[in-house]
Design a protein around this ligand. Structure first.
Ligand SMILES: O=C(O)CCC(=O)C(=O)O
Length: 266
């Protein structure tokens, strides 16, 4: 049984709740990065499912430590992935989020990007939009957006792993060079009910400490972000919906109904 120790503390988890991503720079061994060099583009079941990939990447103590903190005990380890390889210059992808992601406040899945080679700005880095993870959107609509203030190009060293909420908006950026740009994408999923069992100093659950608003949000959207962050934090700490509502001063539970109709007589 793999003994995985969580590596994040309250502060790191609160940051992740707001940003929807975190990055471990150059964490995978350079000899292993080099071995991934000749991987074909497309489905990467063989690579990601191989014992070496499991040891060097998926269950690397620092990589798995982040996953353990955010997805709890006995999380599901990916058995496949996808290799996003771009070689020729191209204009880049449109903004998108994957699958039918983007709805809930729960963190049940982490989508990860592993870069076996250095990625410079001219190589078409993945561009992510921090804080966009909970915006359920029409993909056709966001495909028209250009640069967004606050977007982050993942210009990284070989061996970097980025962890994202499944719903985060992302795209491969414009590629100007002929350097191969390689990214292996895979996802871990939660099995255990949430509880605050990452690195903690005291048993008392701290209230969510808000992070700065996002550059691209108005006041109204910032207030929605704050409420989502509070509920995601409380959910991760194992609070029930009712307990979490105590911290949501914008939507007191008496407004949305607290008495079952079958208990009432008229
Ligand atoms: O290669 C990248 O940087 C992003 C690719 C991607 O997310 C996709 O094709 O869905």
């Amino acid at each position: 049984m793999a003994d995985i120790k969580p590596t994040m503390d309250d502060d790191g988890v609160m940051d992740f709740v707001a940003d929807g991503y975190c990055v471990l720079e150059g964490v995978v061994d350079s000899a292993f990065n080099l071995r991934c060099k000749d991987t074909e583009p497309g489905p990467a079941k063989e690579l990601v499912g191989s014992p070496d990939f499991i040891r060097e990447v998926l269950l690397h103590p620092k990589v798995a430590g982040v996953v353990r903190a955010l997805l709890g005990k006995n999380f599901l380890v990916p058995t496949g992935g996808h290799h996003h390889l771009f070689e020729e210059p191209f204009e880049g992808q449109n903004w998108h989020s994957d699958g039918i992601s983007g709805g809930g406040i729960e963190i049940a899945e982490l989508q990860c990007y592993y870069y076996p080679m250095d990625v410079n700005l001219e190589d078409g880095p993945t561009i992510i939009l921090p804080g966009s993870q909970c915006r359920a959107v029409n993909r056709d609509a966001i495909a028209h957006y250009g640069n967004i203030v606050g977007q982050i190009p993942l210009v990284v060293k070989a061996g970097t792993v980025a962890f994202t909420r499944y719903g985060i908006w992302h795209k491969a950026g414009p590629k100007l060079s002929y350097n191969p740009r390689s990214m292996v994408k895979f996802s871990y999923r939660r099995q255990s009910p949430p509880q605050r069992d990452w690195l903690i100093d005291s048993e008392k659950v701290p209230e969510y400490v808000d992070r700065p608003g996002l550059h691209y949000t108005s006041g109204v959207e910032s207030y929605r972000d704050l409420r989502r962050r509070i509920h995601t934090w409380n959910w991760l700490c194992g609070l029930s919906e009712e307990e979490s509502m105590v911290f949501d001063r914008w939507r007191p539970s008496y407004e949305s109904g607290t008495r079952p109709v079958e208990e009432m007589t008229i």
